[in-house]
Ligand binder design. Structure first.
Ligand code: 48F
Length: 258
């Protein structure tokens, strides 16, 4: 069979366009394909929800690839090990209550399960604004990351979703936009972003799951972003809280959707 370049181009363009068109309206739109966003997407899709995930970078995985200071190993605590088991990530015990995993195994296995469960992941796309109606976040305003990097004057496109999840990590980008640009008060003690505290792994890991919840109508926070929004310490290269936060937000949205 002769391989024609135009057929190859046509296949890619038509398939991608269809995928993007199918994602204009969804149950849940997640921003950020770090560990918390991907785990959240996986459990939502597994429950039959229509989920789309936008990631700024070329690669998914957020801060997980680099383990701690580029030593590409991650640590999880006992409670989170069963989530890694579900994704078939190999773990080995270190000491009582600590498990180790290869960060490359963790990112690739979670990413693959996420896509196979039905999450549509769009890399190289950044959320630059939100759609708000009647004081409720109901969608995202998107642009190519390349446009953002080149600082080109190009207008964005918009998607609508029943729920938006901010899983953008330390920067809490979606919540920052909501706090800056809309009249919506976030459900924090200041009504805005409280800000992240210094490292305290033990406290942060507990608190991150409690903070991963609804922050205003239509918008949930998940993972490190939750401590940046509600105020809480950072935790460094222990990732159990991220995995548990992703599952917890998925469970909450599934309840609210039904
Ligand atoms: O930072 P990130 O990995 O967030 P997370 O899931 O996990 C945090 C840990 O990696 C680590 C930690 C562990 O204890 O503290 O930091 O909470 O992933 C966030 C992802 O969001 C993307 C960003 O490129 C990254 O991959 N992102 C950020 N802002 C945007 C975005 C945006 N506006 N649009 C699209 N993607």
């Amino acid at each position: 069979m002769y391989l024609d370049e135009i057929e190859i181009s046509n296949a890619i363009i038509s398939s991608y366009t269809q995928k993007l068109k199918d994602s204009l309206e969804s149950d849940v739109a997640i921003v950020g394909a770090g560990p918390s966003g991907m785990v959240c997407g996986y459990y939502l899709a597994k429950a039959g929800k229509k989920v789309v995930l936008f990631e700024r970078k070329l690669s998914i995985g957020g801060g997980m690839w680099g383990g701690g200071m580029m030593f590409n190993e991650i640590v999880v605590q006992t409670q989170a090990k069963k989530i890694l088991d579900e994704f078939r990530v190999k773990t080995k015990p270190y000491k009582q209550g600590y498990y180790l995993a290869d960060s490359i195994d963790a990112v690739t296995s979670i990413g693959s399960a996420c896509v196979h469960a039905g999450v549509r992941i769009f890399n190289l796309i950044s959320a630059e604004d939100v759609l708000v109606r009647n004081n409720r976040v109901c969608g995202l305003v998107l642009n190519w990351t390349a446009v953002e990097i080149a600082n080109l004057h190009v207008d964005p496109l918009t998607v609508r979703a029943k729920f938006v999840v901010d899983a953008t990590g330390h920067a809490a980008e979606v919540c920052s936009i909501v706090a800056k640009k809309s009249a919506i008060k976030l459900a924090t003690k200041t009504g805005s972003l409280v800000g992240e505290g210094p490292m305290w792994a033990h406290a942060a890991e507990e608190i991150i799951v409690k903070h991963s919840r609804k922050v205003c109508p239509g918008l949930y926070v998940c993972g490190m972003c939750a401590n940046a929004v509600f105020g809480g310490p950072r935790m460094g290269p222990i990732f159990g809280g991220m995995l548990l936060a992703g599952k917890s937000v998925a469970d909450k949205i599934i309840r609210e959707l039904s």
